[in-house]
Design a protein. Sequence first.
Length: 138
Amino acid sequence: QEFKKQLTGITSQFQDILLKKDSVLNLFQLAEKAHTLIKKYDIGVKFNEYLLKGGFPKVVADSEDNDMGKYLRDLLTTTIAQDISTNIRDTQAFERLMVILCLSIGSSISYKNLAEKLGIDERSISKYLDHYSETHWA
């Protein structure tokens, strides 16, 4: 609560400085104040944890007691099972394709390569990618 109060104060001061077109020195001093606050409350570490865990409240709250990877995998599986239509026969291949695509961001991929990795035909890959696109999964 104290952090939020102090951060609100810094935000307000920042807005005042910008509206008054105050000196750069005042902005620099305010940035140093914000940096000190961030270090005091260890916000950098907490932010990195948030990025790692995806901000899922259950994962963040229970990370000490539970396997966060298992929870996130279960969440993905449940979500896929609920959201895919009946025209997807091989839900495991559909899920594995999503994982492969996520791990291949920025890499060149081909239907043939994906089909070989998943052990399914290229037509199914095309159908699954169309489904991802139509349902806004991708």
